[in-house]
Design a protein around this ligand. Structure first.
Ligand code: FES
Ligand SMILES: [Fe+2]
Length: 393
């Protein structure tokens, strides 16, 4: 089977950073189970307080580590007490006694972790550090002028649909008519969205040419003179940024880190930043307005048909205002070509019969693993760069 024959289906990629949990939900007491990319993971803290993320399948007889407990910074399987340290190595098998040599294969995948923005992220893949696509760097995070709020929510929708929604500047007018979303003038809407490539993604950022372009409930609070700009971009398959710069000094910057749970469910970690209305008394109102907008999007996304993006662009009619969506799909193809895309057909056939894990970096250094790695589609370099996903109408 070649890449071309394979349904687009659920486009699931290894070798990117994925949000696992709020930092406050990862503790040194109780391991946390998280499903991502259709597979189970366990998160906990070691004795140094460092967050750890492991494949959640005990290599003894398949116990769920997250149903166990944390002891001395290690996670203990609830079935027979095998104990795994944060690097995934089994350090204790009670039935063998404390003096015996442990089986060399007694290890599970442990993933690189970064903890930023109040979120624990794991790199779900086996690339060495120097080759990894980056976790999105929110430069203004933690600086005095900016305030941040973190919301976490789940939707019964496929993550590619959600990212594409963020890259769609036209839906605001229809989905969020009352919520302060900037709208493009009719002339602007007829032009292709001006998309440019950035490292690991693509971006548009559109200045508002006239007051007509900026139809926002919040505009009445503007203090600056200059009309602003707004845009969105993606970095990797699952990180989405939207900047709404109402004026030179009044901005909302929104960062969505999306965790595909399975083919029809997505968990979103939303870092909402602003450099105005920063007093605490505005927090509740801004959260209410933002989450209302989120739920307006969810209302549409959960009803899209089909749930997953169609196999080909001939099953949709794409117009110039969809160009950022088209470019995103082209980027996904580049990651197909690198061989990072999971073979969903093979995965579905194995689920329930074979325990699988996303390969971790340690697999490049040693063999002898018990869990199968998820099946991947072979890369196809030729298709990588050249072939556009679809033509613009
Ligand atoms: S299955 Fe985990 S200790 Fe036996
Ligand atoms: Fe929206």
């Amino acid at each position: 089977m070649t890449g071309k024959d394979v349904r687009r289906s659920f486009l699931m990629y290894i070798n990117f950073w994925y949000p696992i949990a709020r930092s406050s939900d990862v503790t040194a007491e109780k391991p946390l189970r998280v499903q991502l990319l259709m597979l189970p993971f366990v998160a906990f803290r070691d004795e140094d307080g460092q967050a750890r993320v492991l494949a959640d399948t005990c290599v003894h007889r398949g116990g769920s580590l997250s149903a166990g407990w944390v002891k001395h910074g290690c996670v203990v399987c609830p079935y027979h007490g095998w104990t795994f340290s944060g690097d995934g190595k089994c350090v204790r098998v009670p039935s063998l006694g404390d003096d015996s040599k442990l089986p060399a294969r007694a290890k599970v995948d442990s993933y690189p972790v970064q903890e930023r923005y109040g979120i624990v992220f794991a790199f779900l893949g086996d690339l060495p550090e120097s080759e990894r696509p980056p976790l999105y760097d929110i430069e203004e995070f933690g600086t005095g002028e900016w305030k941040s709020q973190l919301y976490v929510f789940e939707l019964a929708a496929y993550y590619e649909r959600s990212i594409e929604n963020g890259l769609d500047p036209i839906h605001n007018e229809f989905v969020h008519p009352a919520q302060g979303a900037p709208m493009l003038s009719p002339e602007r809407q007829r032009e292709p969205v001006p998309v440019e490539d950035i490292p690991w993604g693509s971006k548009f950022y559109i200045p508002f040419g006239s007051k007509k372009d900026l139809n926002t409930a919040l505009a009445s609070d503007r203090t600056g003179e200059r009309l602003g700009a707004a845009g969105s971009w993606h970095q990797g398959p699952n990180q989405l940024v939207t900047w709404i710069d109402l004026t030179a000094t009044n901005s909302f910057h929104q960062y969505l880190f999306e965790a595909p749970v399975d083919e029809g469910h997505t968990r979103i970690f939303f870092v909402n930043m602003r450099n105005w209305l920063t007093e605490e008394r505005h927090d509740q109102r801004i959260e209410e307005v933002t989450l209302k907008v989120v739920h307006e999007d969810i209302g549409v996304l959960e009803k899209l048909n089909p749930v997953r993006t169609p196999d080909t662009n001939t099953k949709e009619i794409l117009v110039p205002s969809d160009y950022a969506v088209v470019r995103y799909r082209e980027w996904l193809k580049k990651w197909d070509a690198r061989g990072w895309r999971v073979d969903m057909k093979a995965l579905r056939e194995k689920l329930g019969d074979v325990a699988m894990a996303i390969p971790s970096p340690a697999r490049r250094e040693s063999g002898n693993w018990v869990l199968d790695t998820v099946p991947l589609l072979p890369g196809d370099a030729a298709e990588a760069v050249s072939k556009p996903v679809g033509k613009r109408a």
